[in-house]
Design a binder for this molecule. Structure first.
Ligand SMILES: *Cc1c(COP(=O)(O)O)cnc(C)c1O
Length: 365
């Protein structure tokens, strides 16, 4: 990424663009349109909305957690009629809940269902394949928008095979890069919706992207050096093999949960099969402030844990275990947490680190 920045309208760049778009299709599991913006993941949230919807359209979101609710707020700001469904964020959205909503929507007012694949604030993963299948079985034409910001290249996700309409992600989670790129895939139904969508759009307009991309460029200055990094990230993922990448994240998730269980804490996620392979949200014992523990661990060990977001502020800390991470780095993280728990005088059972080591040693053999 520290290579010199090249002319983004020159021939060398043209080849890079085509390689990147092909790789992005590969990682999303799609032959449809893909887009790359200089933006954070939230930019792709907005791009999904402004490219496919019109003011006053009805969309559905669930109270999965901080990110799902934040995306719903973006929809509110664009004048959409957002039906935010109350939901126990400790569980993934169920296909039955989606089916019920759509079958109750006799006049087919709902234009899109917005779901977060891996809700990073709670560490709960929703079964997107099952939700997509339920939507297709319902015969309802609503589009399915998936936030895959912390699931792309972490947990299996197949845009075409599962029949997703819009999949959005960003550079700084499973793609292992610094922040600054938003990426997305859009299926044919989303592209068709784009033709009649009337929310004003400029920066995010798919037409501008497609026209420029076809010629190997972008409508405006791209984040060239992050794109160099993206190409290398794709090469690293391909070299490891996606099955191995997913297995590594599953192994790390299991190891972290073994540590947390040994310490005697609950995770926000309550359904074992939905436990996120990207991040684990750990609930503190009553009377102990998660952010005080985080501050202590930062000061003593120079390690940043994730803060509790939304309703979990102060009650949970989050351990990230996604992206460019290996077993020993994860063990360092867990050791930092266990030492911090001891220093903070938080009641726990020692041995979480050993439990995680046992998981990693066994699964590696
Ligand atoms: C990180 C994250 C986002 C937000 O992405 P930004 O890059 O901060 O805009 C959105 N959704 C999920 C699930 C995330 O984990």
């Amino acid at each position: 990424m520290s290579k010199p920045t090249i002319d983004h309208r020159g021939p060398e760049f043209e080849a890079l663009t085509h390689r990147l778009l092909a790789d992005l299709r590969w990682i999303c599991g799609t032959t449809d349109d893909v887009f790359i913006y200089p933006a954070s993941g939230s930019g792709a949230w907005e791009a999904a909305i402004v490219n496919t919807l019109s003011s006053g359209d009805t969309v559905v979101a669930f109270e999965q957690g901080f990110f799902a609710q934040s995306w719903a707020q973006v929809a509110v700001r664009f004048g959409l009629d957002v039906r935010l469904q109350s939901w126990d964020g400790r569980q993934g959205v169920t296909p039955d809940a989606v089916t019920k909503l759509l079958s109750d929507d006799g006049n087919q007012a709902i234009k899109a269902v917005m779901i977060v694949h891996n809700e990073t604030s709670t560490g709960v993963t929703t079964n997107i394949k099952a939700i997509a299948a339920a939507m297709q079985a319902s015969g309802h034409p609503a589009l399915l928008f998936i936030d895959a910001v912390s699931s792309l290249a972490v947990t299996d996700l197949r845009h075409d095979e599962w029949g997703l309409d819009v999949t959005v992600s960003g550079s700084q989670k499973g793609l292992t890069l610094p922040p600054g790129l938003a990426v997305m895939a859009a299926g044919p139904r989303a592209i068709a919706a784009h033709e009649s969508a009337t929310i004003p759009r400029s920066y995010w307009d798919w037409d501008d992207q497609r026209a420029a991309n076809a010629k190997g460029s972008f409508p405006y200055t791209p984040a060239t050096n992050l794109l160099y990094g993206l190409e290398e990230a794709f090469a690293m993922l391909r070299e490891e093999g996606m099955d191995n990448v997913f297995a590594r994240h599953r192994r790390f998730g299991s190891a972290v949960r073994a540590a947390v269980a040994t310490w005697g804490f609950d995770t926000v996620s309550t359904v074992a099969s939905e436990a996120s392979q990207a991040a684990t949200a750990v609930i503190m014992p009553d009377g102990h402030d998660a952010d005080a523990l985080r501050a202590l661990i930062l000061e003593r060990f120079d390690m940043s844990l994730g803060t509790g977001l939304g309703e979990w502020k102060g009650r949970v800390f989050r351990i990230g275990h996604l992206g460019d991470l290996n077993a020993l780095a994860l063990m360092g993280t867990l050791a930092g947490v266990e030492m911090g728990l001891g220093l903070a005088g938080i009641p726990h059972t020692a041995g979480g680190v050993a439990a995680a080591m046992a998981v990693l040693a066994e699964e590696a053999s």
